[in-house]
Design a protein around this ligand. Structure first.
Ligand code: ADP
Length: 779
């Protein structure tokens, strides 16, 4: 083994992708012809060969410039011939050397080299320090990398020579060829040690980073694995509890329903979005219940269900006629309305508003319109609604929230074009919770209602195909903006004759059927019906009448249950047994002429009614006391009447004593019912005049009219209803202001025939008509 510096010529083996450091033993596979020649030559001489690395491993036949000029002189320890003409050799590096020149390139490369001997390097303190640093770094590196065995470390630590130490360590590191080459070329030992330290530090840094990345990756993996594992477990638990399957089938079912529901695009999108939300929720949370409810609502609305209209006017007329007696005018108006609809299908006409007292057939007319058009029918009552949210719903954030009544009605209707009856539109109230009328305005406005928004539903719903019909008892309380949009059709009260007809032809057959009776079980005589009308009801409509008939049917039905063939002919005598004692007295309001009691006629939302006014005189100072829940207008009216009577004391035969020293108490019975309006003026004056003069009032006269201080009689409203009420009460003379003459046209002819009307201009005429002359002095 030659270790001295000096020049020599020797065969060279160019290496591809490897580098051999001195003091290291390594296997090399050799295949190129020139290389094999070089080995063979070396074996012939002294088994030593020069190893230098190619700059580019791909070069097959490297020239001078393709090879790094510093390499390692090595001894060939072993040769193994491999099949296919290649060789495996075992070499051991001996020392560094530098090519001085290439002496030949064929048949093998031969070079002249300069060898560097390192065995006598001086170990100064700096080198010693560098060595220690290098060793400790190497130990640390080995600990971190775990790629090098601890035995290696022990042998490395034992090395004393600095050059050798550096080379052995370098050979253990996985470095790029150019880095290794740089170590090999570092002939100065300080430089070599320093460079290695640098490399080790960098490597350790990379290792540390690698470790951190590894930890992070592992953590991440662990987390997702853990989640996956937990989720699977949860599924298993839910399955075990029977929940998972339920949920999946529920979601599937809902999906199917949404597909089939034929929703408009915006609704479908919303439905899928909600479904997605539901899917992500555990099945039992409260929020899931809310979403499920919402979806149920969304799917239950008739988004695209539409019935076909029957626009056959003849048929419509027939149906209205068949289902209702009388009501000539309202029927005509409805038919006109339908005819216009037929002509101009797209025309958005005004909304019909049926106005009249209870029980005159407003609701059932609405139903008939639906029949006639072959549309579905819904009815909602607006009575007592005071909150906008009742119309429009509450937002979903409220517990137990629901859509408003309009959409509830639509759900019930089951089609997007029903006849929708809004009952008692005059009974809505308004308070701080918002104005229901303004919400209703949006519902009824044809310009807006194709995108009606409900707070609960959140997405718009099309109401433009709905035919709205409203009802009210009186137009006075309908909010003005609503009134402007509606076409008013008034339904008045019925006469006794009307009622008898309605009862015989409609109500009785209907009740018989509803109670499961047959015609062989029951029949009513006309007398019985009249008795019910006169003595068990006092109303403008027929609602109570129907109720009483139902009560009779119920009693008969009970018997029929026991005996199928039971038959009852309901006569007026039988009525008392079945319905108990009479509730109202028919005939004159007062049985005989009385002093201080006059009969007035009043008009309320319930229709017309008779009204008794009573006056009593008590010794006192001429004060006036009013009782019976009278409104301000009526109180003033009473004052005016009293002033008039006092001013006429002499003509009326009222003594000064009575006029000046008696207190007057005026009472209008049925005190629980509020009464107001000026139309009781002449009645009050009559009662006062009677009480103060002692002349009795004729009991068969009823009257209505406003009075001025001077006794002029002014016109009033509701003549038809008032006359009907008088007729109902069996009164045959009615005193009316002369200016109301024209209103008598509205009174049914058969009623008019039986009554006497006295048209007056002045109070004197009233008193002439009402006070009989056989006076009794008060006191
Ligand atoms: P409203 O809605 O005006 O209060 P309804 O429509 O509820 O009155 O009428 C009460 C009952 O009287 C119903 O059963 C209705 O069918 C019946 N009815 C009212 N008017 C007539 C009429 N002209 N012909 C036949 N039945 C009538």
């Amino acid at each position: 083994m030659q270790q001295q510096n000096g020049y020599r010529v020797m065969p060279m083996l160019p290496l591809r992708g490897v580098l051999v450091f001195p003091y290291t033993v390594i296997h090399l596979d050799v295949g190129r012809k020139k290389s094999i020649n070089a080995i063979e030559e070396a074996m012939l001489i002294d088994k030593e060969i020069f190893l230098a690395t190619q700059k580019d491993a791909q070069t097959d036949d490297p020239g001078e410039d393709d090879i790094y000029h510093i390499g390692t002189v090595a001894e060939i320890r072993q040769i193994l011939k491999m099949p296919g003409g290649t060789m495996r050799i075992l070499v051991e590096g001996i020392c560094r050397a530098k090519i001085r020149q290439f002496t030949s390139m064929d048949p093998y490369i031969k070079v002249e080299i300069e060898q560097f001997n390192e065995s006598d390097i001086e170990k100064d303190n700096r080198v010693e320090a560098l060595m220690r640093t290098l060793i400790s770094q190497f130990e640390q590196y080995v600990r971190m990398s775990k790629k090098i065995s601890p035995e290696t470390v022990i042998s490395v630590v034992a090395i004393e020579e600095p050059g050798r130490l550096a080379d052995v360590i370098a050979s253990h590191l996985t470095l790029k060829i150019n880095e290794k080459q740089r170590i090999l070329e570092a002939l100065d030992i300080n430089e070599r040690l320093e460079y290695l330290c640098e490399i080790l530090a960098k490597e350790m840094e990379v290792l540390e980073l690698e470790r951190k990345i590894n930890i992070r990756v592992r953590k991440q993996m662990e987390k997702s694995q853990k989640e996956y594992y937990l989720r699977e477990q949860m599924k298993a638990i839910q399955k075990e509890l029977g929940e998972r399957d339920e949920k999946i089938t529920e979601i599937e079912e809902l999906k199917e329903k949404i597909e089939k529901a034929n929703l408009p695009k915006h609704a479908e999108e919303k439905a899928y979005k909600e479904l997605e939300r539901l899917e992500k929720m555990p099945p039992m949370v409260a929020e899931a219940v809310v979403v499920r409810n919402y979806l149920d609502w969304l799917l239950s609305l008739p988004w695209s269900v539409e019935t076909r209209d029957r626009l056959d006017i003849k048929m419509a007329e027939e149906i209205l006629e068949r289902e209702h007696y009388g009501l000539k005018k309202p029927k005509e108006r409805i038919i006109e309305y339908l005819a216009i609809r037929k002509l101009a299908k797209k025309m958005k006409g005004p909304i019909l508003c049926l106005v009249g007292p209870p029980g005159v057939g407003k609701t059932s007319l609405g139903k008939s319109v639906a029949h006639a058009l072959n549309r579905n029918f819904v009815r909602i009552s607006l009575g007592g609604i005071r909150d906008e949210a009742e119309i429009r719903g509450h937002r979903r954030t409220y517990v137990g929230s629901m859509p408003g009544r309009i959409l509830q009605g639509m759900k019930q209707a089951g089609s997007k074009n029903p006849v929708f009856l809004l009952d008692e539109i005059d009974k809505m109230t308004m308070d701080f919770r918002g104005d229901p009328a303004s919400a209703l305005l949006e519902v009824l406005d044809p310009e807006q209602n194709n995108t009606f928004s409900d707070h609960y539903l959140e997405i718009p719903f099309d109401l433009s195909k709905v035919m709205f019909i409203t009802t009210a008892n009186s137009i006075h309380n309908i909010p003005r903006p609503l009134l402007d949009r509606m076409e008013i059709i008034e339904l008045g009260g019925y006469t006794e004759e009307d009622k008898v007809h309605i009862a015989m032809d409609y109500l009785i057959p209907k009740q018989i059927k509803e109670h499961g009776l047959k015609d062989i079980n029951i029949s009513f005589t006309e007398g019985a019906v009249r008795k019910i009308i006169r003595e068990y009801t006092r109303e403008a409509g027929v609602r109570n009448l129907e109720r009483q008939i139902a009560a009779v049917c119920r009693k008969v039905a009970r018997q029929v249950v026991e005996d199928k063939n039971y038959y009852a002919n309901i006569t007026s005598n039988r009525i008392i047994k079945m319905l108990g004692p009479e509730k109202y007295r028919y005939g004159t309001a007062e049985k005989e002429n009385q002093i201080g009691v006059a009969t007035g006629l009043a008009w309320t939302e319930m229709g017309g009614d008779i009204l008794a006014v009573e006056v009593a005189l008590l010794k006192g100072k001429g004060n006036l006391t009013l009782t019976g829940k009278l409104g301000d207008v009526m109180k003033e009216s009473a004052q005016a009447a009293l002033t008039y009577v006092r001013s006429r004391a002499e003509q009326l035969g009222i003594s000064d004593e009575v006029r000046d020293t008696y207190d007057v108490h005026l009472h209008v019975p049925e005190g629980a019912i509020p009464k107001d309006g000026p139309s009781a003026g002449i009645t009050i004056a009559t009662a006062l005049a009677s009480a103060m003069s002692g002349k009795p009032v004729r009991n068969d006269v009823a009257m209505t009219g406003e009075i001025t201080l001077r006794g002029r009689v002014l016109p009033i409203g509701g003549v038809k209803e008032k006359v009907l009420a008088a007729h109902r009460a069996g009164i045959n003379t009615v005193i009316l202001p002369v200016e109301n003459k024209k209103d008598l046209d509205e009174v049914p002819a058969n009623v008019k025939k039986r009554m006497r009307f006295v048209l007056v201009e002045h109070m004197d005429e009233v008193l002439n008509e009402t006070l009989s002359q056989d006076e009794k002095r008060p006191g």
